[in-house]
Design a binder for this molecule. Structure first.
Ligand code: ZN
Length: 406
């Protein structure tokens, strides 16, 4: 039997999504044969409430030289990170002088840029060297490395303690979270703050957005599990702020125990989680049934269109789409191609199901009848951008929060 990655309590997977490739492993035809797969099973720990992947592919397989995700490519995320940076700056004002902010998984510097421009001492830690290089070229202090307790000690020796350690959509990627938590506690000033945000388990359970689950997301957090996981390193929740990003995220603010007063929303959200059952295995047994129902209904809908001889194309070759395509077993019989604006993905094939990825220009010159929206979390933005498609009689297919044709 396996044990929990956080507390060593015995755990058993409550669900398998079957054979999965690397979510961001867009590939060429010549690479099909040697493509890597693993069985994606998920567990819930009844002791520390952590929702986790049973097995995660080696980090070097997921984050490498050709890692395809550059945060700054998304206008929406640019805006979001600017507001995140300003939220942090209000908590850690510059007048203290020499205020020092560390970001874990700083990507191409999309967020640290704001601190640099406001003259904060800053340091980004980014394991993907090609992405880190882009940040360095923008003059953002960046170390290309994986953060752990050893690196925390090295940073301490060179730069001293931090006023804030921040990260976005990174913490849930880190399997050795206990070690990271110790490193963070080591590096934070006595009144320092850890501020991070990640996809929120509460939203995933409510919306049945199982596409949040893929190799990179080794954990999906709740306030319950974050409190437990960081509690052992002497950190506690002092604030919680729900976010709309990634289809529903949570911003967690933590500090050394006793150093800050917790806000009302901490108690309120912990209560909400109890009523949603995020602290009980039964909730996840139900979630499994909901995922299966969603999968069957999406397959049925796409099969119906296929039988009528009509075609469907995909919109947004996201990492999340890899889970949906492989779990629902959707191939080129169901989806002709997926349009994506990221150049590094174009003219490649999707992981596992090998659906071609075409440019946005190709999509614009094509006139598909049905478009399956993988980037459902940007629905409003996309519907506005593609209003002409709808006016011309095109129909959107969405699978979150329910399977439907719009
Ligand atoms: Zn546990």
């Amino acid at each position: 039997m396996k044990t929990c990655r956080i507390c060593d309590h015995k755990i058993e997977p409550f669900m398998s999504f079957g054979k999965m490739p690397i979510a961001n492993g867009f590939l060429n035809k010549s690479e099909f044969e040697k493509e890597y797969f693993f069985e994606m099973k998920v567990s819930f720990c009844e002791n520390c409430y952590m929702f986790q992947l049973d097995e995660q592919p080696d980090a070097t397989m997921m984050f490498h030289e050709n890692y395809a995700f550059f945060s700054s490519l998304s206008k929406y995320m640019q805006k979001h990170f600017k507001s995140f940076a300003h939220f942090v700056m209000e908590l850690i004002p510059l007048p203290e002088k020499n205020s020092f902010v560390i970001e874990l998984g700083s990507n191409d510097g999309i967020m640290l840029e704001h601190f640099k421009n406001a003259n904060y001492r800053h340091l980004g830690i980014e394991p993907s060297s090609n992405v880190a290089k882009v940040a360095l070229e923008k003059g953002i202090n960046t170390l290309s490395n994986f953060f752990d307790l050893n690196l925390a000690n090295e940073i301490y020796n060179e730069h001293g303690l931090a006023d804030a350690i921040i990260c976005a959509n990174v913490m849930c990627h880190i399997p050795n979270l206990n070690d990271i938590a110790k490193g963070i506690a080591r590096l934070l000033k006595p009144n320092g703050l850890l501020i991070f945000e990640d996809p929120y388990l509460g939203d995933m359970v409510k919306k049945v957005s199982y596409d949040q689950i893929y190799d990179e997301h080794v954990f999906i957090f709740s306030a319950h599990s974050v409190a437990k996981a960081f509690g052992t390193s002497g950190l506690e929740l002092v604030d919680l702020i729900p976010q709309t990003t990634h289809g529903g995220s949570m911003r967690y603010v933590l500090a050394h125990k006793g150093s800050h007063k917790a806000s009302k929303s901490v108690i309120q959200i912990l209560e909400e989680e109890k009523s949603l059952g995020l602290n009980k295995i039964e909730t996840f047994n139900k979630f499994k049934l909901n995922c299966e129902a969603s999968r069957d209904s999406l397959r049925e809908l796409l099969e119906g269109i296929r039988i009528k001889g009509e075609t469907v194309v995909g919109y947004g070759a996201t990492s999340k789409s890899t889970t949906v395509l492989n779990y629902c077993n959707l191939n080129t019989d169901h989806i002709c191609y997926i349009s994506d604006t990221t150049p590094i993905k174009q003219n490649k094939y999707t992981p596992g199901m090998h659906i071609p990825v075409k440019s946005y220009d190709f999509f614009k010159s094509d006139v598909p009848k049905y478009v399956l929206l993988f980037a459902w979390n940007h629905s409003d933005e996309i519907f506005e951008k593609e209003s002409k498609f709808s006016e011309q009689g095109g129909r959107w297919i969405r699978f979150v929060p329910r399977v439907e044709i719009i």
